[in-house]
Design a protein around this ligand. Structure first.
Ligand code: 26Y
Length: 801
């Protein structure tokens, strides 16, 4: 049969090498002498794709035959990272690929680096969606991910002396071997007086060690007509293609912000575009299985990744009412039984709202439905809370005032059967503050599902040396059940093991040293303590707190103090319009410049800003971290997931009692965690009583010296004005309480230095971190969603083709 060339018995390295050669000719249309490295990458990718197709097709077939209940993830972002290495690991083909490349005189690692990563997300929320897709497949859950196929993902960041420079990310420029276009599955979406067509592009999501290969279906926007012939014939060529261009703009680019911008027409259009296509696709699947629309909620459990897809509440109602002709009560029953909502932020200013005028223009029917949902909801709430207009005003889906707005979080809570936060503290604060009125009304709707990360990408792929060591010591089962890491407990007293542990960590650090040397020309000392903060740049994440501490160390070293050698590494993108975040980058770059030039700092202190932090760079950096900086103002970071990736790979955390840090500390033990800072409760009290940073600054001579030095232009070529906005903010308002925490942070850092001086103690603490992190697998998170919220069960995939 035509499939015989890719049957599983021929996945040997020889067969893989031959498949690559075949693809060079039949897919790339090249002779070996003309082949570029990218050609070779594509040949390998296509050969791997051939080998996963059976599983992918069998999975679809199984799901269709078995009429299974399906989890649907709706997310505006998927920060997938490169596919090749992950797919090799999940297929169990990593070694064969290495051998095949060797036989062809190629270097697998080099080919892996050729893949442009699909950066279809901003940060934590998008990466979580990607980890969740992989875990759902690994747990053999019938699942579909839906999103947007942005032609341009998150911008590329360059760092100059001027700070961050952005350029476009053309990840599709050389084609994408991992997607399959499905022109037969396309749907119209009407926005204002335009209709846009969404076309499906499917990407396989491979489970680890199972046949299950689920689908991530991303929508690309296209125009119903390529040309307006009336305009064309009249000679107006621009007008003839205008509508096509406008339509395609919809999936052109990812918004590079992780906080909402008011009133962006294109962003609201993107949301309805991908939500409507996805829901129409689900009705198509439902119909294919011979099920009526009123059974929608029995077939699908739909998770909303934050409020970006919350318009689904109104759009699902519209489809049920207008297209499928259900009555209101039946439609509402189906909608609320189908949808559930995850919140990812506590910052009240980050809750999405849309101006009524814009909504009316773009989505008049959906607005009408929202008004009706609100009227019925408030009628019920008025009976529950008679004579409490303030409460009703807070519950309302509409924010009143001169500019009325639709509150998407309220719409999501009202239209969903469950609302969850992403870490214990976050869920607690949601119930107590942000969504308190709703939690009082419907306590049973609120729950917590603590985030997790996939151990395949973040350990097996990113840290093969550690994976090998674990396999030797505790067996290989940790890849499927991360709680097996507990078994490391038996080996913490074993010196030979600890020696190997340190060897693994050292090798990861050397790998990073080599990369930074090659890309930035800075030579780092791998034996120094690697102190790392990589994440989006935000004031609440407090990169400036870490930067001020670096300046303090610089001063102390200049004063002759003897501190253990440190390398402080920063990385992360700032939203292009976020001036303060960009200024923080300039401060770090300015400090790095001075510190790294100063002969007195040689061998003692190095500061690096790694440009363009990404999933691929994360895979390189996380395994090399000794000290993980998780220093957000308590009560601001919903969860964090980088904190998990670092601890899992053996880093020790210096952190506040915020987000999942609290649970990490519980799991790894307080002795193995450097805690500092005020609690969320205390921070809340500051805000209630009126906070001022000045008293904290007055009693801290060191911080005064640090601020003065920065203000003197020492890190800005004598420019005393450059950092003024930052310093003025810290000394007058300090909204994120940097000054209240910096003294305690210093103490914790001193404790870090002391522990680092005892290498075997540090190694034991490092092992304790990996050992304790079994809980933070996204498999565990997904199991919780599946059992408690979705009621979706595993369906193993049989070989059918
Ligand atoms: C409204 C739009 C511009 C927007 C786009 C992206 C708003 C927010 C975001 C992204 C938010 C985000 O990444 N939140 C993070 O989610 C992670 C996964 O749950 C958490 O670990 C992390 O604490 C939280 O900041």
């Amino acid at each position: 049969s035509f499939r015989s060339s890719t049957s599983p018995c021929q996945t040997s390295s020889r067969a893989l090498a031959e498949a690559m050669q075949r693809h060079l000719f039949f897919s790339q249309a090249k002779s070996p002498s003309l082949a570029t490295r990218h050609d070779h990458y594509r040949c390998l990718a296509l050969a791997v794709r051939d080998r996963l197709l059976h599983n992918w097709v069998d999975t679809a077939e199984t799901y269709t035959q078995a009429q299974v209940r399906t989890a649907v993830y709706l997310s505006a972002e998927y920060l997938l990272g490169p596919h090749l290495d992950n797919n090799l690991v999940n297929l169990g083909l990593r070694q064969e690929a290495e051998q095949a490349c060797h036989e062809l005189g190629l270097d697998l690692e080099e080919l892996i680096r050729e893949e442009p990563e699909p950066g279809l997300g901003n940060g934590g929320l998008g990466r979580l969606a990607a980890c969740f897709q992989e875990s759902m497949a690994t747990l053999e859950l019938p699942a579909i991910g839906y999103g947007i196929r942005y032609e341009f993902g998150i911008f590329r960041q360059q760092i100059t002396t001027q700070g961050q420079q952005e350029s476009t990310d053309s990840w599709l420029a050389q084609g994408n071997p991992w997607e399959v276009i499905r022109p037969e599955w396309s749907y119209p979406v009407t926005i204002g007086n335009h209709t846009v067509i969404g076309v499906a592009y499917d990407t396989p999501i491979l489970g680890y060690g199972v046949r299950t290969t689920n689908t991530l279906r991303l929508w690309a926007a296209s125009a119903p007509e390529a040309l307006d012939f009336a305009s064309f014939n009249a000679g107006d060529y621009t007008k003839a293609v205008l509508h096509k261009m406008q339509s395609e703009t919809l999936s052109k680019v990812l918004y590079p912000n992780d906080e909402p911008e008011q009133g962006k027409r294109l962003r609201l259009s993107q949301q309805i575009f991908f939500v409507s296509c996805s829901l129409q696709d689900m009705f198509r699947i439902l119909r294919g299985q011979g099920l009526p629309a009123r059974e929608f909620h029995r077939k699908f459990a739909v998770q909303l990744n934050d409020t970006h897809p919350a318009i689904a509440v109104a759009e699902l109602m519209r489809l049920l009412l207008d297209e499928h002709r259900l009555d209101w009560d039946t439609a509402w029953g189906v909608t609320t039984a189908s949808l559930s909502y995850t919140n990812h932020t506590l910052l009240p200013e980050a809750l999405e709202t849309w101006g009524i005028d814009l909504f009316q223009q773009l989505l008049p029917r959906q607005l009408e439905i929202i008004y009706e949902i609100n009227a019925r909801f408030l009628r019920m709430a008025r009976i529950r809370y008679p004579g409490q207009p303030d409460k009703l005003a807070r519950l309302s889906l509409i924010e009143e005032g001169p500019h009325r707005k639709v509150r998407m979080a309220n719409l999501a809570v009202v239209g969903c059967h469950h609302t969850n936060g992403v870490a214990e503290l976050h869920s607690e604060l949601l119930r107590r503050h942000v969504l308190a009125d709703f939690a009082e009304l419907w306590p049973d709707r609120f729950t917590n599902v603590t985030n997790g990360v996939t151990p395949r990408r973040w350990m097996a792929v990113a840290n093969p040396a550690l994976a090998n060591l674990l396999d030797d010591v505790i067996g290989s089962h940790w890849r499927r059940d991360l709680t097996h890491l507990q078994a490391l407990g038996k080996h913490t007293g074993d010196d030979a093991f600890l020696q190997r542990w340190r060897g693994v960590r050292d090798a990861s650090k050397q790998r990073l040293v080599q990369h930074i040397h090659q890309t930035q020309g800075i030579l780092l000392d791998h034996s120094s303590l690697f102190d790392v903060q990589v994440k989006r740049i935000h004031e609440y994440k407090r990169q400036h707190l870490a930067a001020l501490h670096v300046v303090e160390r610089y001063l102390r070293l200049r004063n002759g103090e003897d501190l253990p050698p440190r390398t402080v590494i920063f990385g992360g993108k700032a939203a292009p319009g976020y001036a303060m975040a960009k200024l923080i980058i300039r401060l770090i770059v300015g400090i790095a410049e001075i510190v790294n030039m100063d002969p007195a700092m040689a061998g003692r202190l190095r500061v690096v800003f790694v440009p363009n932090f990404s999933v691929s760079l994360g895979q390189l950096i996380y395994p090399a971290v000794d000290l993980s900086e998780q220093i957000s103002t308590a009560g601001k970071e919903a969860s964090g997931t980088g904190n998990m990736k670092m601890a899992l790979n053996g880093a020790l955390t210096i952190g506040t009692l915020d987000g999942a840090n609290i649970e990490i500390r519980d799991q790894v033990g307080a002795d193995n965690f450097f805690l500092f800072g005020h609690t969320a409760e205390q921070i809340h009290e500051f805000d209630r009583m009126g906070y001022h940073p000045m008293p904290w600054i007055e009693k801290d001579p060191i911080v005064r010296e640090v601020i003065e030095l920065i203000g003197s232009g020492h890190f800005s070529e004598g420019d005393r004005d450059l950092f003024h906005p930052l310093l003025a903010n810290l000394t007058s308002h300090d909204p994120f309480k940097v000054m209240a925490d910096i003294g305690d942070y210093r103490q914790a850092q001193n404790h870090v230095d002391a522990c680092w001086q005892d290498p075997s103690r540090w190694a034991r603490m490092s092992v304790a971190n990996t050992m304790g992190c079994g809980f933070f697998s996204s498999d565990r998170s997904i199991q919780e969603y599946a059992e408690r919220i979705w009621k979706v069960a595993p369906v193993p995939v049989e070989a059918t083709t």
